[in-house]
Design a protein around this ligand. Structure first.
Ligand code: MG
Length: 328
């Protein structure tokens, strides 16, 4: 696909009209993927200038699990009761908690006599609440990056990795902001009721971090092929992972252990303890209330990490130039 890299006017790649779906389709048409150029050592330009902001959804961008805004009310089930039952069933049967919730959602809908198709799930996305400032965040952080870049070709991408449902995310007003969305998904042509097509568990989330890192975002391609660090288009040091709790620990650990950055958020005015624990455990660089407005602690701390990433990119680019001239 044609890279929508920043050319002077914009560091952000997400503000245009291309949705993650359209981008995936374009990639399939080209017989390729959303791959970035590999092997910067052999090219004429330093290629590792893409910054990736990677977000969890539930509790990070939105206060509650996305199924609580429309799905559960539509089938008349109390969310607390639903999650308690889902956790109990998973524990009792030693079942995967994610598969269990995805199954139970539709089992309950069927029992209630409510049919919820793919289009209905997408429509539910409109009801999902977002934390303050999320709608403006993408432009604001892209503006900041563009102003501070001091280097041509810096691109900023937003990615979503969620155990929630792709279909609901698709209906939210921020869907088009993401370069790619990796979330759980259903087959809707299953015999009796929708069946999990893709389930993204806490540890499974890390696979998608490596897909971003290696530029292998087409889920039809294997991620396990060896790729040297030099060939990977988005180094972990160019990434910031945003999450809200225990389910993000594997992603935070993988990101930070590989030289990347992580920020935890908590609902404004409450739930700070979880973040404090993550901070003391060395899982995160910073934590802040989930207030995404310009000038908030979250905004300022993210900008601080972006400053560091931009400086690291400049150093890496200079070293790349020196290495090239040393060879000549
Ligand atoms: Mg979460």
């Amino acid at each position: 696909m044609a890279e929508r890299a920043a050319r002077g006017q914009g560091a952000g790649e997400s503000s245009g009209g291309a949705t993650p779906q359209r981008r995936a389709k374009a990639a399939a048409k080209n017989g390729g993927s959303t791959k970035l150029p590999k092997k910067s050592s052999g090219s004429t330009k330093f290629a590792k200038k893409t910054i990736a902001l990677v977000y969890d959804f539930d509790g990070t961008l939105s206060p509650r699990p996305m199924q609580e805004y429309a799905f559960l009310p539509q089938i008349g089930i109390d969310p607390a009761q639903f999650w308690a039952e889902s956790n109990r069933v998973a524990k009792e049967h030693k079942a995967d908690p994610l598969i269990t919730y995805m199954h139970l959602l539709y089992k309950k809908a069927k029992e209630a006599g409510v049919r919820i198709d793919r289009e209905d799930l997408v429509a539910q996305g409109r009801d999902v609440e977002l934390f303050p400032g999320v709608m403006e965040w993408f432009d604001a952080i892209e503006d900041y990056t563009r102003i501070r870049a001091e280097s041509h070709g810096i691109a900023l991408r937003h990615y979503l990795i969620s155990s929630g449902l792709t279909e609901i995310v698709e209906g939210t007003p921020i869907y088009h902001r993401f370069h790619n969305v990796f979330a759980s998904e259903y087959w809707f042509d299953a015999y009796d009721m929708p069946y999990p097509k893709r389930v993204i568990t806490d540890t499974g989330k890390t696979q998608y971090l490596f897909r971003i890192n290696k530029g292998v975002e087409d889920l039809g391609e294997t991620i396990n092929e060896h790729m040297s660090e030099a060939e990977r288009p988005i180094p972990f040091s160019n990434m910031i992972y945003f999450g809200d709790g225990d389910t993000d620990v594997p992603s935070m650990a993988v990101t930070r252990k590989n030289g990347g950055h992580a920020i935890a958020v908590h609902p404004p005015g409450k739930g700070r303890k979880k973040c404090v624990d993550l901070f003391h455990a060395g899982r995160i660089d910073f934590f802040a209330p989930a207030d995404y407005r310009r000038g908030s602690d979250l905004f300022n701390r993210t900008c601080l990490l972006i400053d560091r990433i931009l400086a690291d990119i400049r150093v890496a680019e200079e070293r790349w130039k020196v290495a090239k001239s040393a060879k000549a």
